[in-house]
Design a protein around this ligand. Structure first.
Ligand code: F1P
Length: 368
């Protein structure tokens, strides 16, 4: 059954014919497949660059969604490769370089951008390269761009390209490319294990599409809190951005344990607390979710293995058997669909998000 036939079979008006954002969310596993192939094609070049560089620091930069992608990739690089890594927004690297750039001159810059045309990321990379003469690796979805031209190595996932202003398929494809690139530096077995992701993604979307629809349409939910720690914080931040960009809802993202230190004051019976569960801190994260239910909130839990009834009102289980470092993308489709159906519930068209353009190109601000 094609994606179109499938989604027509379960959703009422508006159908996918009208919404390319929904179509792009539903077709993302194919873009994951392409991202794995791009990482395989670049494996040797990346290995040579990495071994030659002996880097002491890695800086990861992007804007908006790709800043949150950088926040998911930097801790992964440090955890898996043992090299200090840090995510900074393009504007901070451009406008406050002395506050973010490492003192050493032996650093690698990773730029991430769906379009490859975002002014802040382009100028930040230009200045960084001039100051540090550091190699630059780029991840994006379009080949003929300034960011690709600036880079020493580029991972371009054309299948991640999308009509939607908000990033869905592009974000997940770039995440898969980043996680696969890291896995290829760690070991062949780790790299090969990621090949099962597209099939798991298809299954996940078909199993939980209706749950995302149900929660998106549940008018008794008035605010959303996305909790993620470690490798999941950047993904929780992206899920929060999708909810804001598409549905204009009251929504925020926090590290799990930080939620108790004040933000939980906002929890009531109209609150959905969404937990992107980790392995490393699972017991601590489950305790936070239990407490939020006692405060009257409802919980949606995303994890690889099922959680106890007293933790989750709703749960999404990946059953992938993959470690966090290689399964990050599995948290995304259901949360993208949640934002999509909340937008529909709010009478909004996710294909035309309020105030947004697909790329932020800035005129010269020097004279402002
Ligand atoms: C980054 C970005 C998007 C945002 C909007 C504007 O673009 O901020 O995250 O949703 O579309 O652009 P890019 O540098 O990743 O192309």
């Amino acid at each position: 059954m094609s994606d179109l036939e499938y989604s027509q079979s379960i959703i009422e008006p508006a159908t996918t014919q009208e919404s390319y954002t929904l179509k792009e969310i539903l077709t993302q596993p194919a873009a994951w497949q392409a991202a794995l192939q791009v990482a395989a094609d670049k494996q040797t070049t990346l290995r040579n660059l990495w071994d030659a560089g002996q880097f002491s620091d890695i800086l990861v930069t992007g804007c908006g969604s790709t800043h949150y992608l950088s926040q998911a990739v930097a801790p992964l690089l440090q955890q898996q490769l043992g090299t200090r890594a840090r995510a900074v927004p393009g504007s901070e690297l451009l406008l406050f370089p002395e506050t973010v750039t490492p003192a050493t001159n032996n650093s690698l810059l990773l730029t991430i951008s769906r379009s490859g045309r975002t002014t802040e990321t382009i100028q930040a990379a230009e200045h960084y390269k001039a100051r540090h003469n550091a190699p630059v690796v780029n991840i994006g979805c379009y080949g003929e761009t300034e960011l690709v031209a600036q880079s020493d190595l580029a991972f371009v996932i054309q299948e991640g390209q999308e009509e939607s202003v908000v990033q869905t398929r592009s974000f997940s494809a770039m995440l898969v490319a980043a996680q696969a690139a890291v896995a290829s530096l760690v070991g062949e077995e780790q790299f090969q294990s990621m090949k099962q992701l597209p099939a798991i993604g298809e299954q996940l979307i078909s199993t939980y599409h209706s749950l995302a629809q149900q929660l998106g349409r549940d008018a008794s939910i008035e605010r959303f809190y996305f909790l993620g720690s470690g490798l999941q914080y950047g993904l929780a931040s992206e899920a929060n951005l999708k909810m804001k960009e598409m549905s204009l809802s009251v929504s925020e993202a926090f590290h799990f344990m930080e939620f108790r230190h004040g933000p939980m004051s906002m929890v009531n019976e109209h609150t959905l607390v969404v937990g992107l569960l980790s392995e490393a801190a699972r017991p601590y994260e489950l305790a936070v979710l239990r407490e939020m239910r006692k405060l009257g909130g409802r919980t949606l839990v995303l994890a690889d293995q099922p959680v106890a009834e007293d933790v989750a009102d709703y749960q999404v289980c990946f059953n992938s058997g993959l470690p966090e470092a290689r399964r990050g993308v599995l948290y995304l489709p259901v949360l993208q669909l949640l934002g999509y159906y909340r937008a529909r519930q709010n009478g909004l068209n996710p294909d035309q998000p309020h105030n947004l353009t697909a790329v932020v190109v800035l005129e010269d601000q020097q004279g402002a």
